[in-house]
Design a protein around this ligand. Structure first.
Ligand SMILES: [Zn+2]
Length: 82
């Protein structure tokens, strides 16, 4: 199955690898904006980037690891405590 069918459109697949023991999928969040979780206003100012590592249940006995390269945004509302 083509991996792009399983991935939401705001994510880009950077790499995939399958070894005898592990399936790894590396994704990058590509959206240029995000909503503040506190005041729900839209932000375009990127604060930083980081990688999240997620693991799921094994598939066919292989460990499944998801590496997600994502970003934090500054909230641009003056009165928002975030
Ligand atoms: Zn905010």
């Amino acid at each position: 199955m083509e991996t792009s069918l399983l991935i939401p459109p705001e994510f880009e697949v950077l790499a995939t690898s399958v070894t005898e023991a592990k399936v790894t999928l590396q994704l990058q969040f590509t959206a240029s904006t995000a909503y503040c979780p506190l005041c729900n206003s839209l932000s375009t100012r990127i604060h930083s980037r980081y990688v999240r590592k997620l693991q799921d249940l094994p598939i066919s006995g292989k460990v499944v690891e998801l590496r997600l390269c994502t970003r934090k945004f500054f909230c641009q509302q003056q009165d928002c405590p975030r």
